[in-house]
Design a protein around this ligand. Structure first.
Ligand SMILES: [Zn+2]
Length: 278
């Protein structure tokens, strides 16, 4: 314990007390033991108030020293508390800053979004966003390393090194996915005043949209999970079964022929919540 600033331990205990607090209020599950094999992180802070971080490729962290950064700080910041975390073999630092939000540009009114299998997101204005595919090269490399690890002596230093390489590749793929999702949700929250998504959309997408819509002053509307967005014709309201393999909505009633996901996003756009009691 004498190797690190006492604030590291204090901050860990503060976090633990918050976790138990949330558990007692029923907001979260019982805190779990974090093994040193899982993601590691700790928090340090400056005991004499906020410190100045200058722009550039290095960062001076209170009680720890100066470190080189992979991504340079674009301008100078003032902050007090720093959290360091390790993913794969890479270290990250995060800290809070006071900043003023830039004024918003002119925004489009409403959009419906269908989250699909073929494309990640299809917008009712016909914009399509495809999720990044884990690079083929990375997949081949992963397979090779996994074979290598299985041949190595269990628990040996060499096997540990191979596992480190594997976790680096996994971390890189996770970063690419994370980057895609954050850029998409920021774009959506900044571009549209009213965003409609289905209630069932996957948790992280919805979580990011929820807080970013609040941040940028747009409205997130959750469409009823029983609403059959893919079965209805967006033009005339005809309803028919649409197995997942059918990629085009061909309407027998009005003759509309449109991409399945675009049709669903238009229905999501046109959906309105029923008045309570109505
Ligand atoms: Zn129709």
């Amino acid at each position: 314990m004498n190797q690190l600033s006492s604030r590291v331990y204090q901050n860990a205990l503060i976090d633990l007390s918050h976790a138990f607090g949330r558990y007692r209020l029923g907001k979260a599950g019982h805190p779990k033991f974090a093994s040193r094999r899982d993601g590691q992180s700790f928090t340090v802070d400056s005991s004499n108030g906020k410190v100045l971080l200058s722009a550039g490729r290095t960062i001076k962290i209170p009680t720890l020293g100066t470190f080189r950064l992979h991504e340079p700080l674009s301008c100078s910041f003032v902050s007090q508390t720093f959290t360091l975390s390790k993913e794969g073999n890479r270290w990250f630092v995060s800290f809070c800053v006071d900043a003023q939000r830039l004024p918003m540009r002119q925004r489009e009114s409403s959009v419906g979004i269908d989250i699909g299998v073929k494309s990640f997101a299809t917008l009712s204005n016909n914009q399509v966003f495809d999720a990044p595919k884990p690079l083929k090269q990375a997949k081949t490399k992963l397979a090779r390393l996994q074979r290598q690890a299985s041949r190595q002596v269990k628990g040996s230093n060499n096997q540990r090194k191979t596992y480190d390489k594997i976790s680096q590749i996994h971390a890189k793929i996770a970063c690419i996915r994370k980057d895609f999702l954050h850029k998409l949700t920021t774009y959506l929250a900044q571009t549209f005043l009213r965003i409609k998504i289905e209630d069932l959309n996957f948790y992280e997408f919805r979580r990011q949209l929820e807080y970013k819509c609040k941040m940028y002053g747009s409205q997130l509307v959750l469409v009823d999970r029983w609403f059959p967005s893919s079965k209805i014709c967006a033009n005339c309201g005809h309803k028919k079964d649409m197995p997942l393999s059918v990629r085009t909505y061909d309407c027998p009633a009005c003759g509309l022929s449109v991409d399945r996901d675009l049709n669903a996003s238009l229905n999501i756009l046109n959906w309105e919540p029923k008045a309570i009691g109505g």
